[in-house]
Design a protein around this ligand. Structure first.
Ligand SMILES: NC(=O)c1ccc[n+]([C@@H]2O[C@H](COP(=O)([O-])OP(=O)(O)OC[C@H]3O[C@@H](n4cnc5c(N)ncnc54)[C@H](OP(=O)(O)O)[C@@H]3O)[C@@H](O)[C@H]2O)c1
Length: 323
């Protein structure tokens, strides 16, 4: 495993583990996964040197936090535990109460990274960060983070906190490259971190899915990237991933992760539906892409133009009716 060098204890692994899948019905992995496999995934991740574990109070309505906390057990001190506040009415006292509740579910006395899940359009970061500041003062929270924040609001949050807002967790993958515009340059310059979520585009970049074999769970039926049209269109990019994967004795998913974390300010938090996937994702941290490989993948990504937004609405409806 490789780690970020930004003064945290423990250091943050370049590949972490996302745990939205744990106990969340929308992923449809079932009870056996929630009760057993999720725990096996966490324990194996710790064995393999993963330190960054990401959850949120809203994943499975608290179940993900519980599963993660129980699975970590007495190994909790060796990891960098991150959770998120869902910012409905996030005035300072509510922020404080919600952190206490998350820590309780996680079975910990310290949340290493407490993130604001989404920017609240009505409540200013001043109010939220007052709560965060109190939490840091009493030691319940180590670092503060945000998620889905545009750059200006990330910087405003830092001003309001009067200290570093360590990270911004955003969607970043070969098919979602918006963070390259301003978030990544800022993070690299200021010593901050971009935590890449959906780094495999929810499994699209594994190359496992096509028009005849589409994933059935609610998360992905609601994601236009999995429309038959887009599964056709992504074929060239998957082909480019396969080419590079061949040269590294790797899989397309591993190469997709290696591409994401090639930027020095990025760490990725793929979810996993099995221990094997977790192992494979962890091994991706060791893949060194050459400049030419990185450029070829980026160019193939540039040529992928999925049908999204309004244009995707009729196809989304048709796809749902056909199921
Ligand atoms: N802050 C936010 O707003 C936000 C939003 C979304 C996610 N997140 C966080 O980011 C984490 C990851 O994002 P995500 O779950 O949306 O997407 P992702 O990590 O891109 O995709 C995860 C899915 O990809 C497939 N997969 C994983 N490893 C694989 C491998 N080695 N080979 C083949 N397939 C593999 C699995 O699905 P199948 O096996 O079923 O195909 C898995 O459930 C979440 O768990 C969550 O912690 C945060």
């Amino acid at each position: 495993m490789r780690y970020l060098d930004i003064g945290t204890t423990p250091r943050i692994s370049r590949i972490g583990l996302g745990t939205w899948q744990f106990g969340a019905r929308e992923w449809g992995y079932g009870e056996d996964y929630a009760r057993q496999q999720a725990r096996d995934i966490v324990r194996r991740a710790v064995d393999l040197g993963v330190t960054l574990f990401d959850t949120a109070e809203m994943y499975g309505f608290g179940r993900s936090e519980r599963i993660l906390g129980e699975a970590l057990g007495d190994r909790r001190e060796s990891v960098f535990l991150a959770t998120k506040l869902f910012p409905v009415l996030p005035v300072a006292p509510v922020v404080e109460q919600r952190a206490v509740a998350s820590a309780g579910r996680l079975g910990t006395r310290r949340i290493d990274l407490y993130q604001v899940h989404w920017p609240n359009p009505l409540v200013s970061d001043g109010t939220i960060m007052r709560g965060m500041s109190t939490l840091q003062r009493v030691g319940l929270v180590g670092e503060v983070g945000v998620s889905n924040y545009p750059l200006a609001r990330w910087q405003a949050a830092e001003k309001a906190l009067g200290g570093r807002v360590l990270s911004n967790q955003v969607r970043y993958s070969l098919v979602d490259r918006a963070p390259e515009q301003d978030l990544l340059p800022f993070a690299a310059k200021a010593g901050r971190v971009v935590i890449a979520y959906s780094p495999l585009a929810q499994g699209l970049l594994s190359g496992r899915y096509d028009r005849a074999n589409r994933p059935a769970n609610r998360v992905r039926t609601g994601n236009p990237l999995f429309l038959p049209e887009n599964l056709d269109r992504v074929g060239e990019l998957i082909g480019a991933l396969r080419d590079v994967a061949g040269a590294h004795d790797a899989t397309p998913a591993q190469v997709a992760l290696a591409w994401v974390i090639r930027h020095p300010a990025v760490t990725a938090i793929p979810g996993a539906s099995s221990v094997e996937q977790l192992e494979s994702n962890v091994a991706a941290a060791e893949i060194e892409l050459s400049d030419a490989e990185y450029a070829a993948l980026s160019a193939a990504a540039d040529r992928f133009h999925p049908v999204t937004g309004r244009a995707a609405a009729p196809a989304m409806l048709r796809a749902r009716l056909r199921r």
